[in-house]
Design a protein around this ligand. Sequence first.
Ligand SMILES: [Zn+2]
Length: 374
Amino acid sequence: MTSVDYKLLNTDGTARRGQLQFARGTVETPAFMPVGTAGTVKSVTPEEVRASGAEILLGNTFHLLLKPGMEVIAAHGGLHKFMNWSGPILTDSGGFQVFSLAKLRKITEQGVTFRSPIDGSKIFLGPEEALDVQHTLGSDVVMVLDECTGYPATFEHAQQSMQRSMRWAERCKRAHKGKHGALFGIVQGGMHLQLREQSLQDLINIGFDGYAMGGLSVGEPKDEMLKVLSYMGPKLPANAPHYLMGVGLPQDLVEGSRFGIDMFDCVLPTRNARNGWLYTPNGIVKIRNATHRTDTDPVDKSCECYTCKNYSRGYLCHLYRSHEMLGARLCTIHNLHYFQKLMQQIRQSIEDCRFMTFRKEFYDGIGVEPPDVA
Ligand SMILES: [Zn+2]
């Protein structure tokens, strides 16, 4: 029945530097959570993930429910033991994947019925079922089941969708009583600020251990996302953690932190690593490009990861072009390290009350104009 304590260490404007204190360990915030979709951060071991600086992982309920299935996870005593990660784990509710991946789904007030993409069997996921799965996983942060409103959505559609999510949030709160883990509510409402505010107020009335912003980065223009983020971020309850779901370009981590977000997750560093896209303080390096073939420098001279300390761009370019497995592993190690280093710099700049100066240096480094948000 442990939960999470949020400890605020410093603020700089609306940015905040803090700690999430779990029974399984402390997480320095703002924090980036690598995604372990199928019970693994693809191609790297938990030790390698830990060495990158990550203190908390995200697990996907939908994928784990389908494969290997809850009887396998339960037989191992939960996801931590199954995948050999002893730190905190946040799990999503499965809703996002059901809505985005599952074909033949039917949504009612009770929940969502869908066909398994693996064997075609019929599966029902309601608020209670989504929590039941996360309890079996042993999650340290349990997310409510919500309906992720797509983009674009009319006011009426976004309102109905949000209101259903709020009714589901209430059912999740009841289903979580006495169970392990913190329970986070999710603010919805599309790009409509009035609905977003209503959604947040409804969640505060129900009472959660943390508050997430859902339904962003769903295909809307960047300025729409920033409008919602800059308006809602500072309104999230000060004494609880704030989580921006599924948003993870380096620029988004900087902007999210600016508006008081404490937690982020995204598949970008790992997925792009497998595509040979490497993040550096000077922008993206596409390692398959012929220009790197004879380059004996590391990906990033300032990077202290295992890959940059030991291998050249030319070697990585060769591995990538030869479809060698080690290429994906080494690229993943570097990207995970870059994302954690960025978060560490964000945290330090908030501590030193120089966040906006850091922000400018960051954009100068990657050669991108900072977004103009009031
Ligand atoms: Zn590196």
